[in-house]
Design a protein. Sequence first.
Length: 264
Amino acid sequence: HDLMAIHPYNSLEDPYSLYPLSLRNIEELCASIVRSHRETSQYRLEELQALSWKQFNREEIQAYQSKTVDEMWQHCAIRLTDAVQYVVEFAKHIPGFRVLNQNDQIALLKAGSMEVVLVRMSRFFNTENNTVFFDGKFAGTEVFKSLACGDLISAVFDFAHGMCALKLTEQQIALFSALVLINADRPCLEDRGRVQRAQRSIELGLTHILHRDNQEGLIHKLFQRMAVLRSLCSLHMEKLRWFSQRYPLTAHSLFPPLYKELFA
Ligand code: CLR
């Protein structure tokens, strides 16, 4: 691990160019991923806890339900894009991400940003009443009725519930999110080798903190969650294609450009 002393700047820019990684490298990588997560997570857990009494009342739910399909889709697409923007910010501060070429960065975000939003959703989820923090208050599935994709919404809520059951710490969520994003199996990568090295380092980081937390058993469950994430995202894409076919104008002119760029 003395390579660190020889190439301090290089190692900061691309810690994955140095093999084998020392424990110190791995701890630094974890610390920077956790910092990036904290700085882009919008709300701290205590803040969300303090807001959990804010629920939509009957009239407010009624107002969401009486929106047209395209109004509600546009509204949710805007909220989702907002969340994706924070994920992009998170990604940019992961050491192994910012050293990738721009095409590979985009390929990873196209495939993984929605998945990370769904991982992050568990922080915004109240398992006591199955509600998610949306538009300033906690909303149940009924709020999303006018999207006309109840199967997607209930699958997403189930996923959030299952993630909450794992009771991950913020550090574990941060490393898991990074691993969801930096995945060498994604399509259209130009420098797959580089992504693979970054992925391996983050895997080492996640294993390291799970070991330290005495929760090695979680790694298996987290890999299972990744498979569920993939199926949720293909369901999201399927719904988006359905919507764009029925409401081409809304999808084309009223959806946020970033949403179109990443998912269309
Ligand atoms: C996820 C964590 C983010 C904050 C955030 C913002 C918007 C929320 C999202 C979270 C969870 C999923 C969400 C979304 C708005 C709409 C979407 C509730 C809490 C639901 C699942 C509807 C998806 C509709 C598409 C089919 C358009 O940091």
